[in-house]
Ligand binder design. Structure first.
Ligand SMILES: [Ca+2]
Length: 442
């Protein structure tokens, strides 16, 4: 009598654990892909939309500079401070570790003093433009979840463009233009992210917010504002993420807007201060970046909750019978319906849209443990064939193996078909006798 109580308690515990798994403190994370549930037929899987957690994506990128020899220190150079042309104690020497400024220093752990930074050569070839492309590649589609923040060690550039690629660097589109004078630099009206509305969210703007002169020494960052854009749907403190997820679900352009495989920072003109370019002291003009922040998550089409970095490459750990780096196709033998992206809706579990087994799999099932049972003690191997006990044969071991002539007749004497010829012969004899009788009587 205690068993029902035990089972009831167990069911309650399971459902509590289940509920806690489904509704984490900050719901809407979609961090569980499936969980076991009790149904009338027993234990079964319940599938839900899932995605990896957002993380620091700079750990997984490759950085490339164009032109490649634009980093300072080869040959060694001495720089002057922008604010004070007589302060020229900044030395760059690629051959000396303490004086080198390679690109990796844009992504190392910050928080130490002095800061570590990448630095370009100076504007020696003025008036030829000093331009540098910094390309960050993930070789994987990722979704941005927080602002991109560049921290400059020197003055912020007077002109720059942040660009993105969604096809591994084949084509590029601008994310945002930055200039001290947007009209002059890009013939665009200056705007800020606050000018954007839900309707104009995808507009590409030029902003003067991050390029103003070197007035505030602490103001060294250049941002691409992801969260302010999210806030247009989710509210100022992102309290209504359901609304944002709903929009992301139904608007592919919006989803794609925050999705990238590569970023490119086009530095077009270094900080020159408030004055004209001092041609006698060009070692005041250069680019130096101490930190780049990119927060995001692997794009797994809501079919994975983890993403691994293996052999230098990111890849989703696909669930829901999907496969591929982005879980963007169905696994072999799971083409029972067309692949589909998972959905954030309905909140909070979403819809998994799993791939289901193909109807006409390449390996037809010969036996199983229920309907197509091997007979006479035979055992089923991988659903593909029955291993028969000695003396039996057939696809399901349903027939006795014949050892010699007449053997099968004895063993299968219950089967009427083997006796029909005998009955036929007896009938024929009777008919002949009857016929002879009739003839003789006549
Ligand atoms: Ca650094």
């Amino acid at each position: 009598m205690l068993w029902p109580v035990f089972f009831t308690l167990q069911a309650v515990c399971t459902s509590v654990a289940h509920a806690m798994q489904h509704y984490p403190a900050a719901w809407g994370h979609y961090d569980v892909c499936k969980s076991q549930i009790y149904t009338e037929e027993g234990l079964a899987w319940d599938y839900m939309a899932c995605q990896p957690e957002a993380t620091d994506m700079t750990k997984y990128l490759r950085v490339a500079l164009d032109p490649p020899n634009i980093t300072c220190g080869d040959p060694p150079e001495t720089y002057c401070a922008l604010e004070n042309p007589y302060m020229c104690n900044n030395e760059c020497d690629a051959a000396t570790e303490e004086l080198a400024h390679p690109p990796e220093l844009m992504f190392d752990f910050e928080g130490r003093n002095p800061t570590t930074f990448w630095q370009s050569t100076s504007w020696k070839k003025y008036p030829k433009p000093l331009q540098v492309n910094i390309t960050l590649s993930w070789n994987k589609t990722i979704e941005l979840t927080d602002d991109i923040i560049l921290t400059f060690e020197s003055g912020r550039p007077e002109q720059m463009v942040l660009e993105k690629s969604l096809d591994y660097g084949r084509t590029w589109t601008p994310y945002q233009f930055y200039a001290t004078d947007c009209l002059d630099a890009f013939t665009m009206e200056p705007k800020t992210v606050n000018d954007l509305t839900q309707r104009t969210l995808l507009d590409i703007i030029c902003t003067e917010d991050y390029s103003r002169g070197y007035v505030w020494k602490n103001d060294k960052t250049v941002r691409f504002e992801i969260k302010d854009r999210f806030a247009l749907f989710a509210g100022p403190r992102l309290h209504n993420m359901a609304s944002l997820y709903g929009q992301l679900d139904t608007t592919k352009n919006l989803r794609d807007f925050f999705t990238i495989t590569d970023l490119r920072i086009k530095l077009l003109k270094p900080a020159t201060g408030a004055t004209m370019v001092d041609e006698n002291n060009l070692s005041r003009y250069f680019y130096a970046i101490s930190d780049i922040k990119v927060q995001g998550r692997c794009k797994c089409n809501l079919h994975a909750n983890s993403c691994v970095f293996d052999k230098g490459k990111l890849g989703c750990e696909c669930e829901h019978n999907t496969t591929g780096p982005d879980c963007s196709r169905c696994k072999r033998h799971y083409h029972g319906r067309a692949w589909s992206v998972g959905s954030y809706l309905p909140i909070p579990k979403g819809t998994a849209n799993i791939c289901i087994p193909s109807n006409h799999g390449p390996v037809p099932r010969v036996c199983d443990n229920a309907m197509l049972r091997c007979q006479n003690g035979g055992t089923c191997h991988h659903h593909q064939r029955c291993h028969c006990s000695p003396g039996f044969t057939g696809v399901l071991c349903e027939r006795a193996r014949c050892q010699g002539p007449g053997d099968c007749d004895d063993q299968l004497s219950g089967q009427a078909s083997f006796h029909l010829p005998h009955i036929g012969r007896q009938l024929a004899v009777i008919l002949v006798v009857l016929l002879l009788l009739i003839v003789s009587l006549c």
